[in-house]
Design a protein around this ligand. Structure first.
Ligand code: HEM
Length: 414
């Protein structure tokens, strides 16, 4: 580094811990040397969050959060604003890409046991991020003011009315009106603008927690507790390598592949056959005409299928609402359900592996069922797979203790 640059850096360092932070979190943050493909999704989640915030701000420059103007303003963005169509498609593709990345990121945590001690709080911050992402996506979905935006919001906000005693008032409070209206659109826009910054703050806490406990790895071995000394430092974990430049460069590979796939969708199939942008949403909202089949976007459909699987009781949908929200909130207690003596799936026994497989299949089947029009068969299937979904969590204390695990090696393996 040139003398002048060193001078500038030391001037900053006297006033701000720049080099110290760089060292602590990048060049001297030692991550396990055997991180693989599954570790791409954390940095891809950061990338997607940045794409959403930047394209969102640009969209907000031309978008009108007014029930009489909203739909036309999106059309104006698509047709008249310079590169408006690209910014819009980056945002709509980004929304789905964000959830694909997060579901794979969460699944990796299930495989490596990255919710177990000492990462319980890191995981819980993650679950809060997931909830904030779902709220952001829900608020954002109303903004185009298309048929599915309007009726999707009507269905979901009506669920609040199912809450005993306070339900009616609660749903009016959320809407700001007796039906989804201009008041609802305005406040949903405000929340949709605010929440990504809340998510960014949560991600900061998430990474601070991660760097405090250290990254987990496919073997589920705590490298910090292992032997010390590697070619970079005598004090560093022997199985650790500096995050920068080794994993920053490696993550770049993930970023390049991701951006190629992202561009393919954005330029050639932005609607993804109705999966990312539904056909009914290209019609302006019409409160007088209910679409034949109302379904949320694919990243919500597993929970929507669970809601529909529970028949109304005493004329109330509240039990279904409890199951739907319960399916997400149960993630908070996961760290305390898993009683296995080992963390990683590599050393867990057949029962845990089969249970995790059934859980993943149930989630995917429920996602598909949630997109289908309701029928007796789809309801029955949804009831079966909802039961399997909850069984994964509720029976975990039993099968994780019974399971025959394999011995975990002393050092990380490749
Ligand atoms: C905006 C959303 C998110 C961002 C930007 C993000 C970012 C990251 C990054 C950069 C890492 C380290 C690299 C890696 O191991 O992948 C990480 C690790 C982790 N994240 Fe997230 N995350 C997000 C959401 C979540 C969610 C929703 C969960 C769980 C519900 C979660 C749970 C975890 C766990 C348990 C680890 C530790 C992994 C390990 O050490 O093995 N994260 N996250």
């Amino acid at each position: 580094m040139s003398a002048e640059k060193t001078e500038n850096v030391s001037w900053i360092d006297k006033r701000f811990p720049l080099t110290e932070t760089w060292r602590a979190h990048l060049s001297e943050y030692y991550a396990p040397k055997n991180l693989n493909f599954w570790s791409f999704f954390g940095s891809l989640a950061i990338l997607t969050l940045v794409i959403q915030i930047v394209t969102g701000i640009w969209l907000a420059m031309s978008y009108k959060p007014d029930a009489t103007l909203a739909f036309a303003s999106v059309e104006y963005i698509m047709r008249d604003v310079d590169w408006g169509w690209l910014i819009r498609y980056m945002h709509s593709t980004g929304a789905s890409a964000f959830f694909i990345v997060i579901y794979l990121h969460m699944f990796r945590a299930l495989l490596w046991g990255s919710y177990r001690k000492p990462r319980e709080l890191l995981w819980i911050i993650g679950v809060v991020i997931y909830l904030a992402m779902m709220a952001t996506a829900f608020f954002g979905y109303l903004l185009p003011w298309g048929q599915m935006s309007y009726w999707g919001a009507q269905v979901i906000v009506n669920l609040f009315a199912a809450v005993p005693v306070v339900g009616e008032d609660l749903s009016i409070w959320v809407r700001g009106d007796y039906v989804i209206s201009d008041a609802t659109l305005n406040r949903f826009f405000a929340f949709h603008f605010l929440l990504p910054f809340v998510i960014a703050a949560l991600v900061f806490l998430h990474i601070v927690a991660l760097h405090h406990v250290g990254s987990n790895n496919p073997d589920g071995i705590e490298i910090k507790a292992g032997p010390k000394g590697n070619r970079w430092s005598d004090k560093a974990p022997a199985d650790g390598i500096p995050f920068h430049p080794y994993y920053t460069v490696k993550d770049l590979t993930g970023v390049i592949v991701f951006l190629i796939l992202f561009s393919l969708v954005m330029f050639y199939m932005p609607t993804m056959g109705g999966l990312f942008l539904e056909a009914p949403n290209f019609q302006p909202a019409n409160p007088m005409q209910t679409p034949l089949h109302i379904a949320p976007v694919w990243y919500f459909t597993p929970y929507y299928a669970m809601l529909r699987a529970v028949p109304p009781m005493w004329g109330s949908q509240f039990p279904g609402v409890v199951v739907m929200f319960g399916a997400i909130l149960i993630f908070f207690v996961l760290p305390w359900l898993d009683r296995s003596p080992v963390k990683s799936m590599r050393y867990k026994g057949p029962i845990f592996k089969v249970a995790t497989g059934i859980f993943a299949v149930s989630f995917i089947v429920l996602a598909w069922l949630g997109m289908q029009p309701a029928s007796d068969l789809s309801t029955l299937l949804a009831q079966i797979f909802t039961t399997l979904y909850f069984a994964y969590f509720l029976l975990m204390p039993i099968y994780s203790s019974l399971d025959k695990t394999k011995p975990v090696p002393e050092r990380v393996t490749s």
